[in-house]
Design a protein around this ligand. Structure first.
Ligand code: PLP
Length: 397
C-alpha cells in the first residue's frame, strides 16, 4: 500500500471491507448474534480483553457487520471510534447522558433539532441537568455563557429548519479553554462534507437515517469520538443498552457506498432549484448555506466541501390557506418528515418561534423546507411553478 492519503471517494468505496469482516465477499455479510461460543476459558478471557478491537464477545458488543461499518464511519469522520444507535435521537441522548450528570449545565444551540430541545427540557431537566440555549451565531460570545458547572457545548451546524451555520472552530476553542466537551450534530454535512475533529469537535453525531442510509428505509444513529472521549462514549453507550440490528447496519453500509455521488448530485439539483427560486417575486430569502442570505454562510464557505439537497426558503407573506395550497397537490414533492433519501420532500413549517428561545424568529413570513432528490430538476421546477400558481390564486394575485 502507498502512504498517499486516500481521496474521499476512494475511502467511501473501500473502508470497512477488510477481509476479517467480509470473508472476501464485497459487502460484509449480516451476522446475527446474541451468544458467541468459545472453546476454552482462555479464549473467553482473550475475547473479553479484545472486545473493543473488533472481536466478537457478546451480541450487544456487535458482530463483524457492525465492526466493519463502525470502522468506515470512524475513518470518514476522522475520529478514533464510532458507536451505533437505533436512531439519530438515540445517538444524541446517549452521547449527552454519557458526559452529563446531576448538577451539570449544558449549552445547547437554539436552532437545534426540535426533539433534541425536547430531550433537554423534558428528560435531562428531570435528571438535574440544566440547559441554556445560545444563539447559533454567538461566536466568541459563548465565553460569557460558560459557568463553573458547564460540561458540554452542543452544536448543530447548519441548524434544523432555519439553517444557521456555526463558527465551529471558534466555539470549540473557547469551550476547550474551559474544559468542556464539544459535541456536534453533523448530520447535514454527513461524514464527508466537513472535518469536525480538525475543527476541535470531540464527538460528532450523525442521524445515519438521513444521507448515510439514503433510501428512507432504516433508522440509525452514529456517534464518533476522538481519543480523549472514545472510551467513555463507548462504555456508557453500551451500559445504556444501545444496540443495532445487523440487518439495518447492512443496509446502512450499502447506502454508504453511494453517499458521495448522491450528495454531489442532490447538491447540484438543490442549487438549480435555489437559483430558480431567486427569480421568484414571492421569495423573501433563501436559507441555503451556500447562498449569502443564509446566516453563517461565510462559515459554510470556509469549513464545508459541499452541500446536499436540504434547504429552506422564506416567503414575503402568505396565509395558512395559501401555504396549504402551495404544498398540497404536488406531483413529485411528497409531504413528510425526515430527509436524506433519494426523493424530493416538501414541508411548510409554522410555529418556529415556539422552538426558539435565545433568538427571535418572525413567524409572519412563512418558511418552506425542501429536500431535493435525484429527480430531474426541470420536473421539480414545473411542480414548484404550479405550487406558486395555487398559492398566488389563494392570495388573490
Ligand atoms: C433527523 C435528525 C435527527 C434524528 O435522527 P432520527 O434517526 O430521526 O432519530 C437528529 N438530528 C438531525 C439534525 C436530524 O435531522
Amino acid at each position: 500500500m502507498s502512504d498517499k492519503p486516500m481521496k474521499t471517494a476512494t475511502k467511501i468505496v473501500s473502508l470497512g471491507r477488510d477481509k476479517k469482516y467480509s470473508m472476501g465477499v464485497i459487502n460484509p455479510p449480516v451476522f446475527r448474534a446474541s451468544t458467541i461460543v468459545f472453546d476454552s476459558m482462555e479464549q473467553m478471557r482473550h475475547a473479553a480483553r479484545h472486545k473493543h478491537n473488533g472481536e466478537m464477545f457478546y451480541g450487544r458488543r456487535g458482530t463483524p457487520t457492525h465492526f466493519s461499518f463502525q470502522a468506515a464511519i470512524a475513518e470518514l469522520e476522522g475520529g478514533v471510534g464510532t458507536a451505533l444507535y437505533p436512531s439519530g435521537a438515540a445517538a444524541i441522548s446517549a452521547a449527552l447522558l454519557s458526559f452529563l450528570k446531576a448538577g451539570d449545565h449544558l449549552l445547547m444551540v437554539d436552532s437545534v433539532y426540535e426533539p433534541t430541545r425536547d430531550l433537554c427540557d423534558k428528560v435531562l431537566k428531570g435528571y438535574g441537568i440544566e440547559t441554556s440555549y445560545y444563539d447559533p451565531l454567538i461566536g466568541a460570545g459563548i465565553a460569557e455563557l460558560i459557568r463553573p458547572n458547564t460540561k458540554v457545548l452542543f452544536l448543530e451546524s447548519p441548524g434544523s429548519i432555519t439553517m444557521e451555520v456555526q463558527d465551529v472552530p471558534t466555539l470549540a476553542r473557547i469551550a476547550h479553554e474551559h474544559g468542556l466537551t464539544v459535541m456536534l450534530d453533523n448530520t447535514w454535512a454527513s461524514p464527508i462534507n466537513c472535518r469536525p475533529f480538525e475543527m476541535g469537535v470531540d464527538i460528532s453525531i450523525q442521524a445515519a437515517t438521513k444521507y448515510i442510509v439514503g433510501h428512507s428505509d432504516v433508522m440509525m444513529g452514529t456517534a464518533t469520538a476522538n481519543a480523549g472521549h472514545w472510551d467513555q462514549l463507548r462504555e456508557h453507550s453500551y451500559l445504556l443498552g444501545q444496540t443495532t440490528s445487523p440487518d439495518d447496519v447492512y443496509l446502512a453500509a450499502r447506502g454508504l457506498r453511494t453517499l458521495g455521488i448522491r450528495l454531489a448530485q442532490q447538491d447540484k439539483n438543490a442549487r438549480t432549484i435555489a437559483d430558480w427560486l431567486l427569480t421568484r417575486p414571492e421569495l423573501d430569502h433563501l436559507r441555503h448555506p451556500a447562498y449569502p442570505s443564509c446566516p453563517g454562510h461565510e462559515f459554510f464557505e470556509r469549513d464545508f466541501s459541499g452541500g446536499n439537497g436540504l434547504f429552506s426558503f422564506v416567503l414575503k407573506d402568505g396565509s395558512n390557506a395559501a401555504l396549504e395550497a402551495f404544498v398540497e397537490g404536488m406531483e413529485h414533492f411528497k409531504m413528510g418528515f425526515s430527509w436524506g433519501g433519494y426523493e424530493s420532500l416538501i414541508l411548510a413549517i409554522t410555529g418556529i418561534d415556539r422552538i426558539r428561545s435565545a433568538t427571535r424568529w418572525d413567524s409572519s413570513k412563512p418558511l418552506i423546507r425542501l429536500h431535493i432528490g435525484l429527480e430531474d430538476p426541470e420536473d421539480l421546477i414545473a411542480d414548484l411553478t404550479a405550487a406558486f400558481e395555487r398559492y398566488n390564486a389563494v392570495m388573490g394575485r
